[in-house]
Design a protein around this ligand. Sequence first.
Ligand code: 5GP
Ligand code: SF4
Ligand code: MG
Length: 491
Amino acid sequence: MMEAKEACGVFGVYAPGRSVAHLTFDGLYALQHRGQESAGMAVSDGDLITVMKDMGLVTTVFDERKLSGLRGHLAIGHTRYSTAGSSDWMNAQPVFRGVGRAGFGLAHNGNLTNTDALAEQANMLPGLVSSDSDLVAELLAQAFPPDLPERPRSEHAGDLERALMEVLPKVEGAFSFVLMDADRVIGVRDPNGFRPLCLGRLDATDEYEQGWVLASESPALDVIGATFIRELEPGEMVVIDGKEVRSERPFPEERLDPRLCIFEFVYFARPDTTLYGNEVHGARRRMGQLLATQRPVQADLVMGVPDSGVPAAEGYALGSGIPYGQGLVKNRYIGRTFIAPTQAERANGVRRKLNPLRENIAGKRVVVVDDSIVRGTTTRAMVKMLREAGATEIHLRISSPPFRWPCFYGIDTPDRSELLAAVKTPEEITEFLDVDSLEYLSLAHLVEAIDAPGAGFCDACLTGTYPVPVGVKVDITERPAVTAAAGSPTA
Ligand code: 5GP
Ligand code: SF4
Ligand code: MG
C-alpha cells in the first residue's frame, strides 16, 4: 500500500472580500510544474466548504464558470503528480474530512516515511488507505472531539489546530501541508523542511482588507500581487484566521534539522523562486560556472537543454568563455516528459518536446548542459537528435552529482535498477549516452553554488545518506559498485 509519492504544489489563501477561487487558480497555475496529474481546491465561505478536484491540468479542471461558483473568503489548492500505478481520481487533493462544524481540507506536498506504523495506530487495515495524505486526514479526524450537535460554533474554533498539535509529532518524513477549516488556513512544514513553503501578504487596498497567502514557491505569490514575507521555518506551523499570522511549534526541539531538498535548487523549483533567501536562477547559473572549472574542454558552443538546463548553460558559457547559443527548441505547450507515466511515453515525449536548431549546431563541437540524469532515457534520445543534426562532438555537462538513490521524501524516482548512475560506471554512462565526454557537478560545488552558508540540505539521492529513516523498500546499506566515481575529484 501507499505507493503514492507526491512532489506537488500546495497553496492557501485567506483574503476576505477577494475572489479566493480565482486567486487559488492563479497560484496553482504558477505551481503547475510541480504536478500535472490532478488539480483541486477547497473553498470556505465560513459555513460551507466546497471541494472541487479532478484529474488533469489546472486549466483543464477549472474554468471561469466553475471558479465563479466557488465563493468564500479562504481556500486551499493542490497540484499533484505521482507514480503511474496510483494515478487516479481517489488521490486527487485537497483531501476532505467531514468532521467538526464544517469539516477540514488538507493539501500535501511530500511523502511520509512511517505510514505503516501510522495506519496501524489509526486502526486502518493495510490497503484501506489510499495515500499517506489521506492517512494524515484520517488521524486528524480521529483527533477531533466527538460531534455533538449542541456544541456552539465558538467551541469548534480550535479543533483543527488542537488535532494538529496532537497528530503532527507522530508524523515522520517529508510534508509541507496547507490545511483549512471553515474559518482558518494553516500551514505546516516538517521539522526537516524537506519541501518548501512560503508566506506572503496581500496588502489592504481601498477595496479589500489585508490577506495572507501560503505557497510552495514564491512565484505563486507574485502572480496574485502578494508580497513575499518569508519561508516557513522547518518545524513551524502558522495559523491564519484574521489580520495576524500566529506561529506554533508542534514538534519537539530535537527533531528540528533543516534539510531542504537540494534538488529543488537543481531542477524542481522554478528559476524565479526564492529558496534559503536566494533566487534559484542565480544558483543554477553559478552551478554552471563552477561546472566549467571541472574537466575543461575545447568546444565551439555551449547550449542548455530546455528549459531546466538553460540557466546552468548560461553559467557554463560565462565560466568557460565558450559562446552560448541555442541548440534545441522546446515546444512551449508540453509539460515535463519525466512525469509521463510509461517509459514508451517518456521516450516518445522527447521528440515531441525538443527539436534541434540545425544551423546552430551542424559541424560544431558542443557542450550540452543539463540539470540531471535520472534514467537517461530523455538524455540519450536528445544526444542522438543532436548527432543527427550534425554536431561533431558532444560534451555533456550535468549541473548535479550522479543521481544514485531513490527519494523517499516526495520526489517520484524510479527503482534503483532504473537509475542510470546506480547501475553503470561513468565510462559505461558515457558510452550508453554516446557522448564524447561527461562530467557531473561535484557535491561541494553544488553547495557552493547555492550559496546559503550554514544551511542544511537533503542530498540522499546523491549520497545514500537519508536524514530520516525510510521504509525498507530498498536496501539502502548496499553501496553501488561505482561509489568511487561520485562527483568529481577536482572539488
Ligand atoms: P533522463 O535522461 O534521465 O531520462 O531525464 C533527465 C531529464 O529529466 C533532465 O532534463 C531533467 O531536467 C528532467 N526531469 C524531469 N523530471 C525530473 C525529476 O523529477 N527529477 C529529476 N532529477 N529530473 C527530472
Ligand atoms: Fe530531494 Fe534527493 Fe532528498 Fe529526495 S532524496 S528530498 S530528491 S535531495
Ligand atoms: Mg530538463
